[in-house]
Design a protein around this ligand. Structure first.
Ligand code: AHR
Length: 514
């Protein structure tokens, strides 16, 4: 008896280190009822802000940098490879000061305006509606136009819709043809203003809901099979009252989407640097990124109350990390570097959107080039892809795949007595039957072993891609553009229907099973 007890004690001692090792579990629960992950969750956002459009996407036709109608060819290629499904334009705050008629017709006749939101620079309107919509056509991406409600007029937005969508004879379609475009572009997605609670006019939601009704009424569906998809300017963060009033006071036949904006910012007055941040700043950024889970859950609860059949979608049309601008850059241009911290935000946020695919049908990362959590940075002729780009590309296998609901248990990532879930995940099955599982470990120091129960899926072969690096603030630079690259990931094995995956600290891994 004694000897058997001591044997047990020894066994326990031997096992203790393994028990103390962080262990997460994920079970996959496929069901035909699960929603499809709309590819539009992988949307991007291009505002007339800093070097996003000018000296970013758009260099002009006369530039030495190879371009198509003035848009850099290297960016076009990179965005196509990313499978960008939609692009939101021209803002942001800029949208509510933008008068689209300034940006069509002969260049020499286009007026200039001052971009009061972003650095008070002169906007010469050289990149306008034709440039943007032709770019979207080239990319195979759906355009998402944000209309000017703050300083515009109902007729102005109604005219824009007619200009880009109407095929027959009309003042606006005739003008479009004069300007060189015979066929309409057929723009489905329309934002009715932006951040109406702030830069879009500092409105109360009760007032904005009425304004929305009026604008939406005069946006004609003519020429658009299936109608327009109109998106109301939505809440900032946890302003649940905003969503409540939109859902209650706007007739749902006028409303296809309700927006939500949430940035992973530590403190608006002390955002911290994009490189050279402390662990505390990293933890707080993760806390803000993880908040998206709660925000989406609670906004969706309100939407469910007014729209139990789920006809109106939640559109997270601005999200991403926001830090102090890089030294010696214009404070109004919001130029920041993009490190492994941003890869964590991207991987985690996309997992959240996937898991809420029932209601979240579109999202737009802010912003596509040279601004905030950009997927692409440029300097003169050079262009680099950021860690965020690589995560979005690794994840694009989930686009239009059917969600596989998961159950997840995870250890915590602890810092200074505070805790966050260390591991987050999502899974889907594509049209060919391939299953993809995305895993993120945000812990800055600890590896986490994840046991993924895949027994319900009868999968035999697995491959994986991972994004890892030595330090959290590692990033790609113009001198070292490939420092962070996705690589084949081998730290996993399949045994008796369970995948054992060893996730390094701050890593993103996508597994593919067939
Ligand atoms: O993305 C930058 C700005 O953030 C947008 O212009 C505005 O909508 C938001 O406040």
């Amino acid at each position: 008896m004694n000897s058997s007890l001591s044997f047990k004690a020894i066994l326990l001692l031997l096992l203790t280190p393994a028990i103390a090792m962080a262990q997460a579990t994920v079970s996959l629960n496929p069901t035909d009822e699960a929603p499809v992950i709309d590819k539009n969750i992988y949307g991007h956002f291009a505002e007339h802000l800093g070097r996003c459009i000018y000296d970013g996407l758009y260099v002009g036709e006369k530039s030495n940098i190879p371009n198509t109608e003035g848009v850099r060819n290297d960016i076009i290629t990179a965005l196509k490879e990313l499978k960008i499904p939609n692009l939101r334009w021209p803002g942001g705050c800029f949208a509510d000061t933008y008068h689209w008629k300034d940006g069509v017709g002969p260049q020499s006749e286009r007026p200039t305006i001052v971009n009061t939101w972003w650095g008070n620079v002169t906007e010469d309107n050289s990149f306008g509606t034709h440039n943007f919509l032709n770019l979207c056509e080239e990319l195979g991406a759906e355009p998402y136009l944000a209309g000017n409600v703050g300083s515009g007029e109902v007729q102005e937005l109604a005219d824009w819709v007619q200009y880009v969508n109407f095929d027959g004879i009309s003042p606006m379609s005739d003008w479009r043809k004069e300007n060189g475009r015979e066929k309409p572009w057929g723009v489905k997605y329309w934002g009715v203003g932006n951040e109406a609670w702030g830069c879009g006019g500092n409105m109360r939601v009760e007032y904005y809901a009425d304004i929305y009704r009026k604008y939406a009424t005069f946006m004609s569906d003519a020429g658009m099979e299936g109608g327009l998809y109109k998106i109301a300017s939505g809440a900032s963060n946890d302003d649940y009252h905003w969503t409540e009033v939109l859902m209650r006071d706007i007739p749902h036949n006028l409303l296809q989407g309700v927006a939500l904006h949430h940035y992973s910012v530590i403190n608006w007055n002390a955002k911290g640097p994009s490189v050279g941040f402390s662990e505390e700043q990293y933890f707080k950024t993760m806390e803000q990124a993880w908040l998206m889970e709660e925000l989406v859950t609670k906004h969706v609860e309100i939407m469910d109350k007014y729209d139990p059949k789920g006809k109106v979608d939640l559109i997270v049309d601005e999200w991403g990390g926001w830090y102090d601008v890089m030294e010696d850059t214009n404070p109004g241009f919001l130029f920041q570097q993009n490190t492994m911290r941003d890869a964590m935000i991207a991987g985690m946020t996309l997992n959240i959107f996937h898991n809420h695919a029932r209601r979240v049908k579109m999202a737009n990362l802010a912003q596509v080039v040279n601004v905030l959590q950009a997927v692409i940075l440029t300097e003169g002729e050079k262009m680099i892809l950021t860690p965020t780009y690589h995560v979005m590309k690794m994840y694009n296998v989930h686009q239009d795949a059917q969600l596989i609901p998961i159950e997840l248990n995870t250890p915590d990532y602890e810092f200074n007595g505070e805790k966050l879930p260390a591991v987050n995940a999502s899974a889907s099955k594509d049209a060919e039957g391939k299953v993809h599982i995305s895993l993120v470990n945000i812990d800055s120091k600890k590896s986490n072993t994840v046991s993924v129960d895949v027994s319900a899926l009868n999968l035999k072969d697995f491959t994986a891609t991972g994004l890892t690096s030595k330090t959290l603030e590692d990033h790609n630079t113009f001198e070292s553009p490939e420092k962070i690259q996705p690589e084949q990931f081998k730290k996993f094995k399949l045994k008796n229907g369970t995948l054992e995956v060893e996730l390094p600290p701050f890593s993103v891994v996508v597994l593919e099973g067939k």
